[in-house]
Design a protein around this ligand. Structure first.
Ligand code: GTQ
Ligand code: FE2
Length: 342
């Protein structure tokens, strides 16, 4: 067909639109052999994060906010895009001031917390009261009731991680809220809470996994492993596990603590899950997509899917990183892939 005999296709396309048909040949733009995202790697520095969060404490009463949470929004996000720090992971800092209670609710997104600063706060998850101490890693699995209170002095600050952007994209984000604080039930003995011992009659108890992992336990495990070889991409890394399944801590989210030993340069890799890192101790840098990002205690870093990254500790001190990912969700969908330079 030559130009001067070209068919006028406009009536065809307008009929398709009117009758709700999609021509595939117009939809394949931007899809190629590699996964792609418009999101970008980014670091949020602790100094600025803490300053803005404390400012929120001055200008936003908890009654108005319910939860005083500042999310880390990926700079590559389009204005209407339901993203957090990455395509599927929300990351945020939350501030509770003395005497405040963030009211009870439950939702389909799974949530985790890593405690950054303060003492005297607690969360109640399905009737179990969990005190929060710096370095603790806490879980609020999907549809578990939770509320947060603070009986100490001074600000209480923690990192929140949720799969809410993923759940939102699937139009499955539901929340139930109430003003009635939960009745706090008698605490489970540790072995029962951790799934080592279980009742055999009637209903299983409402919690089937530990709700808190202490920093000292995780650090002891890292220390135990530090003389070995380590992972080529992460150095000495442990996963927080659900002991009742041996799998990730939640259906969609896995979480880790890692030690990048002094002088270590990890190899670079990329994978189809995305990750949020929080610097617990020390300093160092990562090379993400060929660019060096220096980090130090309190900083939070987003690595969206398929960006190549490596971690480096040029200092003489340990660097300890907490991180969480959507790897279990990506794996369940059959999408997990990795490409490394090891
Ligand atoms: O503390 O329950 O960062 O429901 C986002 C949603 C925290 C919470 C967030 C939440 C919470
Ligand atoms: Fe919540």
């Amino acid at each position: 067909m030559t130009a001067d005999t070209a068919v006028d296709t406009e009536p065809f396309y307008s009929q398709l639109r009117e009758d709700h048909y999609s021509p595939l040949w117009q939809l394949m733009g931007g899809i190629g052999p590699e996964p792609r995202t418009n999101l970008v790697p980014h670091i949020w520095r602790w100094e600025q994060t803490r300053k803005l969060l404390m400012w929120a404490g001055e200008v936003v009463p908890l009654e108005d906010a319910l939860r005083r949470v500042l999310g880390f929004r990926n700079p590559g996000s389009r204005p209407d895009q339901r993203t957090g720090a990455t395509d599927s992971l929300w990351a945020a800092v939350q501030l509770v001031l003395p005497g405040e209670v963030a009211p009870p609710h439950r939702h389909t997104p799974s949530a985790l917390r890593f405690i950054i600063e303060g003492e005297g706060a607690y969360t109640v998850v399905n009737g179990q009261r969990v005190p929060m101490e710096v370095g603790d890693f806490l879980l609020t699995p999907a549809m578990h009731w939770h509320e947060h209170g603070h009986e100490g002095d001074g600000p209480m600050i923690w990192l929140d991680g949720l799969d809410s952007p993923l759940i939102s994209r699937m139009n499955q984000y539901i929340i139930e809220e109430t003003d009635d604080v939960q009745g706090v039930e008698k605490p489970f003995p540790a072995a029962y809470a951790h799934g080592l011992l279980g009742k055999t009659w009637g209903q299983p108890h409402a919690l089937t996994q530990p709700l808190v992992y202490k920093l000292s336990d995780a650090l002891a495990a890292l220390d135990h492993l530090r003389d070995g070889e380590g992972d080529p991409y992460d150095d000495i890394i442990i996963e927080y596990k659900n002991p009742t399944t041996g799998g990730p801590v939640m259906t969609t989210i896995s979480a880790y603590l890692q030690l990048v030993r002094p002088g270590v340069d990890t190899k670079a890799h990329r994978h189809t899950h995305s990750a949020v890192y929080h610097v617990v101790r020390g300093s160092g840098y990562s090379i993400i997509d060929g660019k060096r990002i220096d980090w130090a205690t309190g900083d939070t870093i987003a690595i969206p899917l398929w960006y190549e990254h490596s971690h480096h500790n040029p200092t003489g001190e340990d660097a300890i990183l907490f991180s969480y990912t959507d790897r279990p969700a990506i794996t369940a969908l059959g999408l997990w892939r990795e490409r490394g330079n090891a």
